[in-house]
Write a protein that binds this ligand. Sequence first.
Ligand SMILES: Nc1nc2c(c(=O)[nH]1)N[C@H]1C(S)=C(S)[C@@H](COP(=O)(O)OP(=O)(O)OC[C@H]3O[C@@H](n4cnc5c(N)ncnc54)[C@H](O)[C@@H]3O)O[C@H]1N2
Ligand code: MOO
Length: 392
Amino acid sequence: MISIEEAIILVKKETKPLLTETTKPVEKAGGYKLFKAVLSPINMPPFRQSAMDGYALHLHDSLVYNLIDEIKAGDNKQLTLKKGDAVRIFTGAAVPNTADAVIMQEKVEVNGNIITLQNKINKNTNIRPEGEQVKKGELALAKGTKLTPAAIGYLSSLGIKNVSVFKKPSIAIVTTGNELVKAETELEYGQIYESNSKMLLSALYSLKFYDVSIHKIEDDYIETVSKLNNVINSTDLVLISGGISVGDYDFVGKALTELKVKEHFYKVKQKPGKPLFFGTKNNTHVFALPGNPAAALTCFYMYVYIALQKLMDNTVFELPKTKATSSSKFIKSGDRPQFLKAIYDNGNVQILEGQSSAMQQTFAVANAFIFMDETQSNIEIGDLVDTILLPV
Ligand SMILES: Nc1nc2c(c(=O)[nH]1)N[C@H]1C(S)=C(S)[C@@H](COP(=O)(O)OP(=O)(O)OC[C@H]3O[C@@H](n4cnc5c(N)ncnc54)[C@H](O)[C@@H]3O)O[C@H]1N2
Ligand code: MOO
């Protein structure tokens, strides 16, 4: 059995970034990182653009101008203004080459075709120069840039339809256990509803991993070997739920050995989630998560989360941590470090009742873990405690 620290180090060390290229329509590329630099195919803005509703002017010494025409956004006429000419213009419209400035309509007086400025205006006022944001052929976004909604908007404004990005991992969730049935089935004695696959799927979706398949394995050794073999050969990351402990029908560990998955660790000194397995085969990363739902999800946040960041070649691996003041008491039994489900709110944290690894109603309302290390045996009200913020 290894420590949490050792387990985290091994996950970081043994998880290799995917670094594979894929192409995505720009609107579906949110959260991905650019595989290649994007050079701008156009000048942005593509023409001298008015930043205001008002009047484009060919400047001269007087404050009085002669209104000769109008340009709306989208018009493609190229008017010629002589000194002292003004053109009615609107935000986003193309400013004629012969206009030097745009004055806001609030700053002029209009009398028929004569407009009079309140004050003089400087050259280039309220004109966005062509290529101000980026010029054709210049770097629009560098390789590795994470595509935020703003970045998607920016690339779309350049007319880019598809982008080359780093592939996200394909992920298989595998559930094990004869007792598990689907929600639409009436429960028979001894059966429970299968919930870990939906829980893990939801955790993956919330982290923007969508290439996820779900598989079910009965407690049968031959089936376990054959189905695990298929998913290990076809996905980047395999999350197995249950069947990893020491019971006579826990076949996962034996099957992974037969399939020559290289074990990096099995069993971590922690509560919940002691019988956690992590291994790799070729480029596939395999976690066998303990079946108890709260143990499975704790291991997901503490270890699978790190592996996901590493697969994406991200530089921040772990969930954010903070110190918080406990508003509850807790007595820890045993010497395993423990992750306690808790509610964090603005520097305070409340430990929830019902910390067993089978209890999902506690986790359902938690937004944080309090971490108690091996040496800590109790928490008192007012103690400053290590708190891990969950991405919920
Ligand atoms: N003799 C020992 N027994 C156990 C030990 C041990 O050290 N010695 N460890 C315990 C700990 S800690 C845990 S955690 C569990 C983990 O066992 P498994 O990973 O083999 O999980 P299962 O036995 O398959 O299931 C445990 C529990 O979770 C329920 N479960 C499983 N899968 C799902 C699912 N997809 N959806 C909902 N619920 C699920 C399952 O019905 C069991 O109740 O082992 C202890 N035993
Ligand atoms: O590790 Mo188990 O998750 O304590 O029940």
